[in-house]
Design a protein around this ligand. Structure first.
Ligand SMILES: *Cc1c(COP(=O)(O)O)cnc(C)c1O
Length: 388
């Protein structure tokens, strides 16, 4: 279906109808598959005949979701996983061995930082963390053993934008692969593989599902890499359940509509917040005041749906804004149609030392809004209660 546009692929790619001719994609809630004969069972197990055997390996609903997401990312293949974190873990387990080295942006999801810093390190895989936007720092951190460079763009919560093409070049010159966690933009707004990345990771829990229902993850890229990830998954087991795959598959059908609408809401909200006298600073790549606005507009089709802002008056005022909300959901989750509000310094980034947090620019007055589909008037009015 490669000749079709993104919007078409989002609703049609990967579907194979059964003998019943169902219009909507079927949900195959089955853990195993039966064979016509002993000979077919043997052929399926040996790999001589393609087909499903057991849902830890493959399931038709999961396969449909993988094919559709691969089409949207412009990837040769996709492997679905039980969560975003298992996508990252499986990629590392498939492609790395003891003695290998990772260069990672320091502005990455907290659990990814823990995985690299505290878990992989126990198995002889070391990670060097570098400032997200400093391309030279990635180059300087490379070692002969560096196998992966890992980034997120835009970052959480300060929406720093990493120059994907420039970091890809650095990684490739150093003989490493560039892995991009594309969670914040989704393929609706950013296609890292087109910019030179080798592998794209997703937490499908966020925008791909888009309605806060299920956990899921994915690894997209060329088959040489995804097949290694698949070999790990089918043995180790963090595969995506068919039910979750089906929910995410239906989520993909509205991905672009949601991302475009939520980004438009975010831009509108960011502009209004920037004009509020109690707001010190707004972090949003779609605003001309963002330090990497030009880069963001080159590599993303819009600013995305995450807006962070710092209020005057530190933690006291920030908490007053959170507690003044009657409608916004107080939760650290993001990527939902319902707008959420988080105070990073005391939640997602609460375990970091105050000095390190300050150095990372995550101040006590900072709030992160994951903008949903409600009216911007209502979202803004809710925030204004506590802003004073
Ligand atoms: C949530 C998130 C993850 C982890 O995904 P799970 O589905 O919760 O395991 C990874 N990266 C980013 C950027 C995220 O926001």
């Amino acid at each position: 279906m490669d000749e079709y546009d993104f919007d078409t692929l989002a609703v049609r790619a990967g579907q194979e109808r059964s003998q019943f001719g169902e219009h909507s994609e079927a949900l195959y809630l089955t853990s195993s598959f039966v064979f016509n004969s002993a000979a077919q069972a043997a052929a399926r197990f040996s790999g001589a005949e393609e087909g499903n055997v057991y849902a830890r390996f493959t399931n038709p609903t999961v396969t449909t979701m993988q094919t559709r997401l691969a089409a949207l990312e412009g990837a040769e293949a996709c492997v679905a996983t039980a969560s975003g974190m298992s996508a990252i873990l499986s990629t590392c387990m498939a492609l790395l061995k003891a003695g290998d080295h990772i260069v990672s942006s320091q502005s990455i999801f907290g659990s990814t930082q823990q995985l690299f810093g505290n878990i992989l390190s126990r198995f002889g895989i070391e990670t060097t963390f570098v400032p997200a936007t400093d391309v030279e720092a990635y180059r300087a951190a490379l070692r002969p053993t560096t196998r992966l460079v890992f980034i997120e763009s835009p970052s959480n919560p300060l929406t720093e934008v990493v120059d994907i093409a420039a970091v890809a070049e650095v990684a490739h010159k150093g003989g490493a692969l560039l892995v991009v966690d594309n969670c914040f933009c989704s393929p609706a707004l950013q296609k890292p593989l087109e910019l030179g990345a080798d592998i794209v990771i997703h937490s499908a829990t966020k925008y791909l599902d888009g309605q806060g229902r299920v956990l899921g993850g994915a690894v997209c890229g060329p088959k040489v890499h995804t097949e290694e990830v698949f070999k790990f998954l089918r043995t180790a087991g963090p595969t995506l359940s068919p039910f979750n795959a089906w929910v995410i598959l239906k989520g993909l059908e509205t991905l672009k509509l949601r991302m475009d609408a939520q980004s438009a809401n975010a831009l509108d909200l960011a502009r209004r917040l920037e004009a509020h006298p109690m707001v010190e600073r707004v972090f949003y790549p779609g605003l001309p005041s963002h330090p990497q606005h030009a880069l963001a507009m080159r590599q993303q089709s819009s600013g995305g749906a995450i807006v962070s802002f710092e209020v005057k008056g530190g933690r006291e005022r920030a908490w007053a804004v959170v507690d003044g909300c009657r409608m916004l959901s107080i939760t650290a989750n993001l990527g939902d149609t319902k707008t959420t509000i988080t105070h990073p310094a005391t939640t997602t980034h609460g375990r970091i030392s105050p000095e390190a947090r300050e150095a990372a620019g995550i101040r006590e007055g900072l709030l992160r809004i994951a903008v949903g589909l409600e009216s911007v008037d209502d979202i803004y009015a809710d925030l204004a209660h506590g802003l004073g």
